[in-house]
Ligand binder design. Structure first.
Ligand SMILES: NCc1[nH]cc(CCC(=O)O)c1CC(=O)O
Length: 315
């Protein structure tokens, strides 16, 4: 096969430049090297700073415009500067440009959130946080979920990469924050924070999943990426993303969705939709057997939702 990547003609993988994104790209490289028995030098990581990484002082929902995490990588992929892009799927728009194809999803990491508290704060759950505590987050989902559980808590904006957020927490501006277990694990922070069961805090759609995209119609790269695709991850994440898409939502929507396989092999999707302040929400679950089941759950929940929830969504 002449179309295998070589050190002279490497497969170029684009990624955001944050430490977490670089760890994800390194994981993708390792999976591809193993799957094809490649020389590691046949893969090249191309880091790029995304718009979302440059804006640190405002809620991204306020910045407006879409694709804050994907715009630069999309342009590079489209221009042929890179052959594929590695994405944290949680940050990738639910409806993607038809120029790109999601060729593979790596096996999903822990999809749950971890509660991280400042030194001196003794709490293992949101329920145990001290009265009036400040839980810093940049996620409208986490803010709404926290306020739904504990209306007395404040949820001030806390942005930046994982290290920045932990530094701001240690500085004393917040009593607690929530971070994805997957991100902490990928950064080697195995003992940071306390994992929150999905029954207590339903994660975001796609949380913990890494996707590899190539140009639609690039059969060579699609074939190279296909062997690292994990089918169970793809099915679960597709259901979560279909739920979010049916609501017209994205990663800045107060929506949670998590699909898991039951002992009998069936896939079950749990979904929850919140009002912005977390004062109202609807939640429910459904078995996912075919296309349309996840969207049907979204429609069913939305139909039963109070106006404060319903008016946030197009559906
Ligand atoms: N929005 C930032 C973001 N995007 C993906 C992850 C974690 C890794 C993952 O979910 O795969 C994080 C950090 C966090 O939420 O704590």
């Amino acid at each position: 096969m002449t179309d295998r990547p070589t050190p002279d003609h490497p497969l170029r993988l684009g990624t955001r430049a944050s430490p977490l994104a670089m760890a994800q790209a390194t994981q993708a490289v390792a999976a591809l090297v193993t799957a094809h028995g490649l020389d590691p030098a046949a893969l090249e990581i191309v880091p790029v700073t995304a718009t979302g990484d440059r804006i640190q002082d405002r809620a991204l929902a306020e910045v407006g415009g879409k694709a804050l995490w994907t715009r630069e990588l999309d342009a590079m992929l489209d221009a042929g500067v890179i052959d594929a892009a590695v994405h944290s799927l949680k940050d990738v728009e639910t409806i993607r440009d038809a120029r790109f194809a999601l060729a593979a999803m790596l096996p999903r990491a822990d999809a749950r959130d971890r509660l991280v508290v400042r030194e001196g704060v003794a709490a293992r759950t949101i329920a145990e946080l001290p009265p009036g505590a400040r839980l810093g987050t940049s996620s409208p989902r986490r803010a709404a979920q926290v306020r739904a559980l504990r209306p007395d808590l404040e949820t001030p904006l806390l942005r930046g990469n994982v290290a920045t957020r932990l530094a701001k927490l240690a500085a004393g501006d917040y009593e607690a924050t929530l971070l994805a277990a997957a991100g902490l694990e990928r950064l080697g922070m195995h003992d940071v924070g306390i994992v929150q069961p999905v029954e207590a805090l339903l994660p975001a759609a796609s949380q913990g999943a890494i996707g590899l995209e190539c140009r639609a119609g690039d059969a060579r790269v699609a074939a190279l990426l296909a062997p690292v695709d994990d089918a169970p991850t793809r099915r679960a994440v597709a259901a979560e993303r279909a739920f979010l898409a049916a609501l017209g939502g994205d990663c800045s929507s107060p929506v949670a969705a998590h699909a898991r396989f039951l002992a009998d092999g069936t896939l079950r999707l749990d979904g929850a939709i919140y009002s912005e302040d977390g004062g109202d929400h609807v939640a429910g679950d459904a078995p996912i057997a075919r296309d349309g089941d996840a969207a049907a759950l979204a429609q069913r929940l939305l139909a039963a939702a109070p106006g404060t929830v319903r008016r946030l969504f197009a559906a």
